[in-house]
Design a protein around this ligand. Structure first.
Ligand code: F0G
Length: 457
């Protein structure tokens, strides 16, 4: 059979709000032209994030009831620990309430002010936590990884030559750890090859630098390796994941993604002394090490989620659903980052709205227009999220201006995806009427979440 179908049927449904263009124009105004301020009851299809928005399975809802809410030594923790160990092979599994808590604790223990942490591309909270600790977050994507128009199999790779150069220039003693993010979320949800992970480990080990994986979407990355990397076509997702983690000294995870759950995260690592320091900080800020700020029932849902995410039929559906949205956009010439990645389609805002310069936030203008025409919410990943001003107030733009349409796991059907594609085409037709924006207020860190905007008349 050629028809691609969702490999599940629907047992419980949730109504989605329908609104008019006039209502949405008013909602946008009230939201300071920042979709983060929109209320979910104003949104028809929410592609703001794939994080914590997963539909859980009947089995996950079932095990929630079996959660053991003991403060210490909960059996739900041991089930969670087993599931994570089976995939990652690490010795210490430290739960946290979400990914950024794992980051804050790990960087709090491992980094000092003035040090540098290289990565293929840091996610915004990773960068935020590093900068908050006074250290520097260094992105080292490959040249092709920052070209939305060029196709390649592993555009998420870290640039190995630049990594070595950076270590020599900065000095290994100033690099407390090196990271790779799989898949590379801020770089378009693009996968990282096994070869790149292996070589990164070799280079870091040569200089005695520990290697951590930011592994929120490790299963999607493993599926891409199976599809695209020679020698892995007959390996199981578990075998590929095991090999990926075997090269690392530890990882941080937001389990709100490939944990197929609505909350959760963890740090996993081998080093006893770092683990002990992390657990101490965990107790101070998150909770006892057998729950880490989570309800124990959530650990049950995660343990079950980690089993389900390794299913190759699920991963095939997942990646093909994202690909299908790309195919539909392609038919009408809407420019997007190629090829489509693991969890999202990223509209190429520079090509979509070339008349708006990066300092006037083309991605934000597109995200607003998309919402205005359809009630679909996406998120800007460009100058709002990663742009900076130099000391003279001149804008420093990131390499790409994107609008991410992140697809929640197991939530939307094929016809929802078709609606999203139609919405993008509609917004694209209006591209010459898009207006530049300016920021009227912003916080010190992670400004995209709460910044306020106005259109420049
Ligand atoms: N690392 C990556 C690669 C992420 O994508 C995220 C979250 C985090 C770390 C932080 O995890 O949210 O559980 O604290 N990404 C979400 C997103 C928010 O929309 O891409 P968290």
């Amino acid at each position: 059979m050629k028809t691609r179908i969702e490999p599940f049927k629907i047992k419980s449904v949730e109504e989605i709000p329908m609104t008019t263009v006039e209502q949405r124009e008013q909602f946008l105004k009230e939201a300071f032209y920042n979709p983060f301020y929109l209320k979910s009851e104003q949104i028809t299809i929410d592609l703001l994030t794939d994080s914590g928005t997963t539909a859980m399975s009947a089995k996950q809802w079932g095990v929630l009831m079996d959660g053991d809410e003991a403060y210490a030594g909960s059996r739900s923790y041991y089930r969670f620990e087993n599931a994570v160990k089976k995939i990652t092979g690490f010795k210490h599994i430290i739960p946290t309430h979400q990914g950024r808590a794992a980051e804050r604790i790990l960087f709090g223990v491992m980094c000092k002010a003035g040090q540098t942490i290289p990565n293929n591309t840091h996610f915004d909270t990773t960068r935020g936590n590093i900068e908050y600790s006074g250290a520097n977050a260094l992105d080292l994507p490959t040249a092709i990884g920052t070209r939305p128009d060029l196709e390649a199999d592993f555009k998420g790779n870290i640039d190995l030559d630049k990594l070595r150069e950076a270590i020599v220039e900065i000095g290994p003693e100033n690099i407390p750890l090196g990271m790779i993010t799989v898949t590379n979320n801020s770089g378009g949800g693009q996968p990282v090859s096994m070869e790149n992970i292996r070589e990164t480990k070799k280079i870091l080990a040569e200089y005695g630098i520990p290697f951590f994986i930011d592994c929120c979407r490790f299963a999607e990355n493993a599926y891409f390796i199976k599809l695209r990397e020679k020698g892995y076509e007959n390996k199981s997702i578990m075998e590929i994941a095991n090999e990926m983690f075997s090269y690392a000294d530890g990882c941080t995870m937001s389990a709100k993604k490939d944990g197929l759950s609505n909350t959760g995260g963890f740090i996993a690592l081998n080093d006893d002394s770092i683990a002990e320091k992390c657990r101490t900080l965990l107790i101070v800020t998150e909770g006892f090490p057998t729950y880490g700020g989570l309800a124990r029932r959530d650990l049950e849902a995660l343990a079950q989620g980690f089993e389900e995410v390794m299913d190759v039929n699920y991963l095939k559906y997942r990646i093909e659903q994202v690909q299908y949205l790309g195919e539909l956009l392609d038919k009408d010439g809407v420019p997007f980052l190629r090829p489509t990645g693991g969890h999202a389609v990223y509209i190429d805002a520079k090509a979509f709205a070339p008349n708006i310069a990066p300092q006037y936030f083309p991605g934000q203008a597109i995200a607003n227009e998309l919402y205005r025409v359809s009630g679909v919410r996406g998120v800007e990943i460009g100058s709002v999220m990663f742009g900076k001003e130099d000391e003279n107030g001149n804008h420093i733009a990131p390499p790409m201006e994107l609008v991410r349409l992140a697809i929640p796991r197991r939530v939307y059907t094929k016809s929802h995806i078709e609606y999203v594609a139609e919405a993008c085409v509609e917004a694209y037709k209006n591209r010459n009427e898009l207006k530049p924006l300016k920021i009227t207020w912003q916080p010190q860190f992670l400004r995209h979440f709460t910044a306020k905007f106005e259109y420049i008349k």
